[in-house]
Design a protein around this ligand. Structure first.
Ligand code: LLP
Length: 425
């Protein structure tokens, strides 16, 4: 069930009219549904029930403290890609012992911080990174738990900017080099080899590429085992897509179905070839946890009819939501209070001084200045990718819980945007 629906002609988040959110907090504002968030997390948690599994939410998708707190309370771990994200997890009351650290460019300072906080695992992506981590851990008198991010060379069949599991991508250790890299890792004195991981891409509508990647990881675990290198966890990454609602799009595989198929393969393998030895399974979902929990609420400033194109100029812009201009992503747009009357085809654009500043193109709408629009399915990679371009303060964020509204990030003021700057004496 969608948590955003029309009631009495007005689009609601749960039982709260979005017009009420706009009155209280202004626009542009990201509005999230608490129950959608909990439901999405439960789809993973329920499919993992009774198993040795951990869902590490990929917080790059949406890292608001309130979201992290709600997920941490449900037992989530976190997939981080920076020291800043680790500090956010801790600030939100999350458990560093359930944190895995991904990314190709971890700095010495970030490694040190993560070791101090005793995170669960470093997902290491290269041999130089192994050496750096070994040195940092040694200098602290510690051993670093590591997993190697293996690049299984599987085509995730998604947008080139968000496909990560091919040879041409910067991510991970090539499958053919994995054994040698594991040997190198296990020879280093301050590292503990504990796992294997991969992440092949994002917005995958089908689980076939993920299951193909799983098979390759399983094969590698067996090879490593024969060499005396034993991994205790298998991390399959994130990647399950969501329905953005574009015409002709096929719906993504339901999370429960994917996890069911994945666990069935793991069970069969453990029974046949893995001698039933335990293996923890880790997931790193981002988008499938948060995307459909949020909308970007914006108001129409002006309508600008033209010969070739008509423009609907709104107060949200590419700095608030990068996905359309960066990936050519299609995002649904719905009027908060639909009007009767003739529809006009508009490009929905913001006030930023760039032709690339568009949120949606060629949408038939019956609207007037002052009307509210909701850009749908904007809970993932929306606010986290926002910038201050054109000295625009980032949007406010509100979580709706039934009829209650909680401001979980207030709008930035212009003064805050230049507060860190100074002039020459
Ligand atoms: N794990 C790793 C190592 C990742 O790099 C990512 C996403 C995830 C997990 C989570 O993937 P998800 O479950 O969200 O697909 N900004 C782009 C998406 C970039 C994804 C980057 N990595 C977008 O707006 O489509």
């Amino acid at each position: 069930m969608s948590h955003f629906s029309y009631q009495d002609g007005v689009l609601h988040a749960e039982s709260t009219p979005l017009s009420r959110v706009a009155e209280a907090f202004g626009t542009p504002t990201y509005v999230y549904s608490k129950s959608a968030l909990l439901q999405n997390f439960a789809a993973y948690a329920d499919a993992c029930a009774g198993r040795d599994a951990l869902v590490c939410y990929a917080m790059k998708a949406n890292s608001n403290l309130a979201i992290l707190d709600l997920l941490a309370r449900e037992g989530a771990g976190f997939d981080i890609v920076s020291g800043g994200e680790l500090l956010r997890v801790i600030a939100a009351g999350g458990d560093p012992g359930k944190v895995i650290f991904s990314g190709v460019g971890k700095t010495v300072a970030e490694m040190r911080l993560a070791l101090e906080k005793n995170i669960l695992c470093f997902n290491v992506e290269s041999i130089p990174e192994l050496h750096r981590l070994n040195e940092v851990a040694g200098s602290m008198g510690k051993r670093a738990p590591v997993s190697l991010r293996v690049n299984p060379n599987v085509d995730a069949k998604t947008h080139p900017y968000i496909a990560t599991g091919l040879k041409a991508n910067k991510f991970g250790v090539a499958f053919d080099d994995a054994l040698a890299t594991y040997r190198a890792a296990s020879a280093l004195p301050h590292l503990d080899v504990v796992g294997i991981d991969c992440h092949i891409g994002s917005q995958l509508l089908d689980d076939a590429p993920l299951l193909e990647a799983l098979d390759k990881l399983i094969e590698l675990i067996d090879t490593l085992h024969a060499e005396g290198i034993h991994v205790h966890h298998l991390d399959i990454g994130g990647g399950i897509g969501v329905d953005y609602g574009a015409e002709g799009d096929k719906p993504p595989v339901p999370v429960g179905d994917y996890l069911g198929r994945l666990f069935a393969r793991i069970d069969a393998w453990r029974a046949e070839r893995h001698d039933g030895r335990p293996i923890k399974v880790i997931f790193e979902p981002g988008r499938s946890i948060v995307a459909d929990t949020g909308v970007l609420l914006t108001s129409i400033e002006f309508l600008k009819p033209g010969e070739e194109k008509s423009f609907c100029i709104v107060d949200a812009a590419m700095n608030d939501l990068m996905r359309p201009t960066l990936y050519g992503a299609w995002m649904g747009v719905q009027p908060v209070a639909p009007r009767e009357g003739g529809k006009v085809v508009y490009d929905i654009v913001g006030p930023v001084c760039e032709s690339g500043d568009w949120l949606a193109r060629d949408r038939a709408l019956a609207v007037a200045p002052g009307d509210l629009l909701a850009v749908m399915t904007a809970g993932a990679y929306g606010m986290t990718m926002a910038s201050n371009y054109n000295t625009r303060g980032r949007a406010a964020e509100v979580i709706v819980d039934g009829e209650q509204m909680h401001l979980v990030r207030r709008r930035e003021t212009p003064e805050e945007l230049y507060a860190l700057e100074s002039m020459l004496k």
